[in-house]
Design a protein around this ligand. Structure first.
Ligand SMILES: C[S+](C)CC[C@H](N)C(=O)O
Ligand SMILES: N[C@@H](CCS)C(=O)O
Ligand SMILES: [Zn+2]
Length: 325
């Protein structure tokens, strides 16, 4: 796969065969008191409190994250325009999302690398690219219902400018998150090709039934598209309940040769209308470390947490994965 993939592969190898992704970014912002009940959700802090973003990144690094996911999940040019900002201001905010994570990584590593036997890896920064459903802010990243007028070109148009700006901000990785349907997976793949993106990427799907993409389309259909592309370096699941993961990893192992990335949420369910999390139907994030080794043994190469997980989840995952490697 050449140079672009080796960065990710090197990290996985250095981490002992399985690298640790950070945890719920928005969740940790809220724990620190940020109010993000807004169409921009966690990206609101790019405008209101960039220092807090850096603080949260540092907390995840300290907890043992090998990969930081940036604050750009719900940061989009149209989203910023509807806040009265200009295109230029929106683009600067996207660049800021990468810069804040890179600064946190560099600050942490400058200190850590001098400590003998520190046990950390120099982390990579993955620029978050939330799905169109995330931008809609109506919970449709968990349904894949984009309406009858949606088509491939519209989705590519939606994603193109943000992708270009994030790429020129030079993150180490690109993380497409909570993709809920086949059409959007195809849009992401085609854009990476059309823009000739040289930064390694992963594409992660959400899942609400533990078997299919939220749209009801099979993961086989979705992964068939992704498998054809050399620009996608890993594929997986994020922000789905953790009890789905064992069977989904097994399924993905059969459907792709690409490295598998999993970072589930705590099992709580997002109520898109009320904009709040409903209690878990399975278990909380306190069981993650038990499951993380299982996910690793089943073949996942990148493991972390998504919404409602915290630095303590990541600390536990990191400890259990790294002490066994
Ligand atoms: C990952 S979900 C909880 C993010 C928030 C959602 N897109 C909304 O704005 O309602
Ligand atoms: N990485 C996102 C969540 C994706 S569901 C955030 O916390 O901002
Ligand atoms: Zn999430």
């Amino acid at each position: 796969m050449g140079k672009t993939s080796s960065l990710l592969e090197d990290l996985i190898e250095k981490a002992g065969g399985c690298a640790v992704v950070d945890g719920g970014f928005a969740t940790q912002l809220e724990i620190h008191g940020a109010t993000i009940n807004d169409p921009l959700w966690s990206a609101l802090c790019l405008i209101k409190d960039p220092d807090l973003i850096k603080r949260v990144h540092l907390e995840y690094l300290e907890a043992g994250a090998d990969i930081l996911v940036t604050s750009s999940y719900q940061a989009t040019i149209p989203g910023f325009l509807s806040k009265g900002l200009s295109i230029e201001e929106g683009e600067l905010l996207l660049e800021r999302s990468v810069r804040l994570a890179v600064e946190a990584r560099d600050k942490f590593w400058d200190v850590t690398k001098r400590v003998p036997g520190h046990g950390y890896n120099r982390a990579l920064v993955a620029a978050s690219i939330g799905s169109y459903g995330a931008y809609l802010a109506d919970g449709s990243e968990y349904s894949g219902c984009y309406g009858p007028d949606m088509n491939l070109d519209k989705l590519k148009d939606f994603h193109r400018r943000r992708l270009q700006v994030l790429v020129r901000s030079c993150p180490d990785l690109l993380a497409f998150e909570t993709i809920p349907n086949k059409l959007e997976a195809q849009a992401c793949v085609e854009l990476l090709e059309e823009e000739n993106v040289q930064i390694p990427s992963w594409i992660c799907f959400s899942s609400v039934d533990g078997e299919n993409a939220p749209s009801g389309e099979s993961f086989k259909e979705c992964l068939d598209i992704i498998n054809k592309s050399k620009k996608v370096n890993a594929v997986g699941i994020n922000c789905a309940p953790p009890h789905f993961l064992e069977s989904l990893i097994c399924k993905f192992k059969e459907l792709t040769e690409k490295p598998i990335v999993v970072y589930p949420n705590s099992g709580e369910v997002w109520d898109g209308r009320a904009k709040r999390w409903l209690p878990s139907k399975c278990f909380g994030d306190d069981k993650f470390e038990l499951y993380a080794t299982k996910w690793r043994d089943l073949g996942a190469k990148l493991i972390g947490g998504c919404c409602r997980t915290t630095p303590s989840t990541i600390r536990a995952i990191s400890k259990v994965l790294k002490e066994m490697s």
